[in-house]
Design a protein around this ligand. Structure first.
Ligand code: BES
Ligand code: ZN
Length: 637
């Protein structure tokens, strides 16, 4: 069966833009500013257009944000003032911000009240907020309130023994639903913030963070390095801080903090391994925040503070590769950033490659090759799933103009991107490849990168030798469909043994009691369960369950594969667990295959019944996908 590890999951939005505008970190002297302004006029001609943002950074762009906000759990709104320092081109006449469902109260330019227009709202892109100004304007302040239905925000209700929780998910184009901003990954800015929250709760951002609750519920933040808007993040809840290393800590609710501290005790080792591979960590601290289970992703690489699902707490540290992935984004994505969402593979493909190198360095080649094998399976399944419908979506370079960027976020960017980089490594040898990659991160730190510019750079540097260039077959990989036949082979002896064992069990040669279940690590268990035949009879599932208690595993990846097969096998003893899981967990990577399995096996009544109970607890990125999958219309509820 096809569990399609990644497919259908995310989508995002994308945008793109002026790759090069973001001159690096830190405020510059006025002399620098003058020469930057000149450079900007030249660079403007090379800008990449971001089809998912209204902003026109070549004319006027933000450089620093000062955000003053109050979070109101009763009205489910954020009211604030976003004050931006700006840079303008000669003859600038306006600055344009992205907004989506925001109410704009007032705008000032250099302290004086200014006129503004809010354009018509377009699906997923929102409305342009245009503020007329002259080229000598220095600062724009926007006083606004977000909508209770803001797509980025999830307000988790208080439970008997749990305080309420709020978190944001801004990638790809949702930052504009909680703050007016130039929401394009090619526009970077540093920020300061002051945030007021209910007493007793802590506020955290993608910035320098507090470690304790303040009595008055007022928190200040500073992010000195310039970031794009999709990396703006806020979380508010009853969380505790627990240090696990010199530069690493976990934040989690009181019920999870001990388990989280144990699970992620090795974070600092991952960080050291990452630095050993590709150079110094640019963001000072690397902390992890465990969010409520409704978080729609596994992880989100918010700078200095990765947001993560609690479903990676397995009790045995078996799912830390997700932390390696988000940590790797501190270089690939947060430092060198995809210039538009059409270039999303430059973020995710590089990150999967880097993640696997961290895993190899810390846990050995055995483990990383198992992950690579699962990645290969995910890729083949994904190519299969989307080749007929949207063959262009199997290209690394996407064309998402006019579409919700979320629609283009498939396993292609991740896994085809990964195998492309592995091919480059094989072509030039690891030593050269690693030196090249470190150099790439250093050269383009705090800048945007688009696919065309990347290809030029690659040809001039790593692939300057003609034979290497020919071997890589760049055009096929980057601008062509499917999987080119020079895709590197992965060999994992352990996964091959699982496959042989599965074949033996299915043919009856291996008895259930003779399976090496207890010797297998989670990747092996996952491989076994996710490759069971779709029509495996319920009696055989029952046999597996009775012998190995699979349904009570603490590893959510294994549980997920088990539940999906249970649905396909109509193995009903798993159904109560399936229902409670779907009500509690909002991670789209799990929801999509589980609801899809119900749909494909004539169990839509159950799917709609569970979805009706669960939907109000999910984040908008999950309901967006599930509403479409299940044909859910307003009024169903
Ligand atoms: N940045 C992504 C999550 C994302 C992608 C959010 C697109 C919105 C739009 C994050 O780094 C990610 O890839 N998360 C994966 C982790 C996995 C591949 C280890 C996830 O959430 O499952
Ligand atoms: Zn990622």
């Amino acid at each position: 069966m096809n569990s399609n590890f990644l497919s259908g999951r995310w989508s995002t939005g994308l945008l793109g833009m002026c790759a090069l505008l973001a001159s690096c970190a830190g405020p510059s002297s006025s002399e620098d500013a003058a020469s930057n302004a000149k450079a900007q006029r030249v660079l403007a001609m090379n800008q990449v257009t971001d089809h998912h943002s209204y902003s026109r950074p070549a004319e006027a762009r933000i450089t620093h944000l000062n955000w003053d906000a109050t979070v109101d759990f009763n009205t489910r709104t954020i009211t604030g003032t976003a004050t931006y320092d700006i840079e303008t081109a000669d003859d600038a006449q306006r600055i344009v911000f992205d907004t989506h469902d925001l109410t704009v109260h007032t705008v000032t330019v250099d302290g004086a009240e200014a006129s503004f227009t809010l354009g018509d709202a377009q699906p997923f892109i929102g409305s342009a907020l245009t503020v007329p100004l002259s080229e000598d304007a220095k600062q724009v302040a926007i006083h606004y309130t977000s909508s209770p239905d803001a797509n980025a925000l999830l307000w988790v209700e208080a439970q008997e023994d749990q305080a309420p929780f709020l978190f944001t998910q801004s990638q790809a184009i949702l930052a504009r639903t909680w703050i007016p901003v130039q929401d394009s990954p090619g526009v970077r800015f540093s920020y300061d913030a002051t945030v007021n929250v209910p007493k007793g709760l802590m506020a955290l951002m993608s910035a320098e963070n507090p470690t304790e609750v303040t009595p008055e519920g007022r928190y200040t933040f500073r992010m000195a390095q310039p970031i794009p808007a999709y990396l703006l993040a806020l979380a508010v809840g009853e969380v505790e801080f627990r240090s696990v290393g010199d530069r690493c800590a976990v934040y989690a609710t009181p019920d999870l903090i001990d388990r989280a501290a144990y699970e992620f005790a090795e974070m600092e080792d991952l960080l050291l391994a990452a630095e050993g591979l590709y150079g110094p960590y640019a963001w000072e601290r690397y902390d992890l925040l465990i969010l409520p289970a409704a978080f729609p992703f596994g992880g989100m690489e918010n700078p200095r503070l990765t947001f993560a699902t609690p479903t990676i707490i397995a009790g045995d540290r078996s799912l830390v590769s997700l932390v390696a992935h988000e940590l790797a984004h501190s270089w690939s994505g947060n430092l060198v950033t995809n210039a538009t969402w059409d270039d999303f593979w430059l973020n995710e493909g590089f990150t999967v490659y880097f993640e696997q190198r961290i895993m190899e360095a810390v846990y050995g080649r055995d483990v990383s090759e198992m992950l690579a094998t699962l990645s290969y399976q995910g890729l083949v399944d994904e190519v299969d799933a989307i080749s007929d419908l949207n063959p262009d979506d199997t290209h690394l370079k996407l064309h998402l103009q006019g579409r919700d960027p979320d629609d283009g976020m498939t396993a292609i960017a991740y896994d085809k991107g990964y195998f492309f980089l592995r091919l480059l490594e094989n072509t030039v040898g690891r030593e050269r490849f690693d030196a090249w990659l470190s150099n790439y991160f250093e050269t383009y730190a705090f800048k945007g990168m688009d696919t065309e510019r990347f290809v030029t750079y690659l040809k001039e540097t790593l692939l300057a030798d003609e034979a290497d260039l020919a071997a890589a077959r760049l055009d096929e990989w980057i601008y062509g469909p499917g999987l080119p036949d020079n895709c590197p082979q992965v060999a994992s002896a352990r996964i091959e043994r699982v496959d042989a064992t599965l074949a033996g069990w299915e043919s009856g040669d291996i008895a259930t009691a003779d399976l090496p279940w207890n010797e297998w690590v989670y990747q092996e268990r996952y491989r076994f369960l996710s490759n069971l035949a779709d029509d495996t009879p319920a009696e055989r599932m029952s046999d597996l369950d009775a012998t190995w208690s699979i349904g009570s595993t603490g590893n959510n990846e294994v549980l997920f594969a088990w539940m999906e097969q249970s649905v396909r096998s109509h193995y009903t003893p798993t159904y109560p667990r399936l229902e409670s899981f779907l009500i509690e967990v909002g991670r789209r990577k799990f929801l999509t295959p589980l609801y899809r399995a119900m749909k494909e096996t004539d169990q839509m009544d159950m799917a709609l019944d569970i979805y009706g109970k669960a939907r109000s607890g999910y984040h908008s990125v999950a309901t967006g996908t599930m509403d479409e999958l299940l044909g859910w219309a307003e009024g169903n509820s």
